[in-house]
Design a protein around this ligand. Structure first.
Ligand code: 13P
Length: 277
């Protein structure tokens, strides 16, 4: 069933766990994620970032993600990850996304507040959830430009949440998008302060490559949504590659099933950790 993301995060808060938010780029990825969530009877978030729309257009992906959520045997939120423009946010809301994010983290603080308030107003028209980001997460999810990490300031986070009325806050605590060249030293002390000074669910981006222990500690300090993108895309490619190595003459049907299975396995692995099992 398609549900507002906020509902999933509030439930996760009560159960001291986090909800996995898995980035998808095609039908096999959508199917792999949903099948994993159903197998583990755990709610999940399907998401796509605006910069991915070159490969996976929103007018094709959006209706498929929303339909998959509506037909799923578990609760599913459909989220626009790292929206770059208000136009894209409006389109996603029009397609029935139950959550949106406009990433204003590289804007000035006042600009981030102003644009986020606009997103909160737009989302209120459809009942969608709003995630925003403060501080700068490293990497850049697929682009060449690398951003210098700036940790979220806990007092500013409190001010940002009360001024904008957002539902979930993505924090920067040394995390980065993409595969980590070396394991990051996450600033759990900063996360703890942010958690003390804010009352809404917190979001951890850059989940690929973090250890189980890092996930568990982050969850114990208020993280309720964890984004996994690169690991899902890599699982898809690795499973396809293994399938072709095993059966060089494999047809499309076999390859499609193998790719979905790769995504399924990656999703299962992460959901089990996020459920704090
Ligand atoms: P990874 O690609 O590191 O998993 O990051 C995912 C993410 O945070 C998407 O917003």
């Amino acid at each position: 069933m398609l549900v507002p993301m906020k509902r999933l995060l509030i439930e996760a808060e009560k159960q001291n766990r986090a909800v996995g938010a898995f980035s998808v780029g095609n039908m096999e990825m959508v199917m792999g994620v949903i099948r994993a969530a159903e197998a583990l009877r755990t709610p999940v978030i399907l998401q796509i970032a605006e910069k991915r729309l070159k490969n996976s257009p929103l007018e094709l992906m959006g209706p498929m993600m929303v339909s998959a959520a509506k037909n799923a045997g578990v609760d599913v939120a459909v989220h626009l990850d790292h929206g770059l423009t208000l136009d894209c946010v409006k389109t996603a809301l029009g397609l029935g996304f139950s959550s949106v994010m406009l990433d204003g983290s590289l804007l000035s603080y006042e600009e981030n507040v102003a644009v986020t308030k606009e997103v909160v107003f737009l989302a209120s028209q459809t009942g969608a959830t709003v995630e925003a980001e403060l501080g700068v997460v490293g990497g850049n999810e697929g682009d060449t430009a690398e951003h210098i990490i700036t940790c979220t300031d806990p007092d500013t986070a409190a001010d940002f949440c009360s001024r904008t009325g957002i539902d979930a806050l993505a924090v920067a605590i040394g995390n980065a998008h993409g595969n980590y060249p070396v394991l990051p030293a996450l600033r759990f002390d900063v996360l703890e302060e942010i958690n003390k000074k804010t009352v809404i669910p917190l979001v951890l981006h850059g989940g690929t490559g973090m250890t189980d222990g890092m996930f568990r500690r982050a969850i114990s300090l208020g993280i309720r949504k964890i984004n996994i993108a690169t690991a899902g895309f890599d699982a898809y490619v690795r499973a396809s590659d293994a399938c072709l190595k095993k059966s060089p003459a494999a047809d499309w049907f076999t390859l499609s099933a193998a790719a979905a299975e790769g995504v399924y396995n990656n999703t299962v692995r992460h959901i089990k950790i996020f459920n704090m099992e």
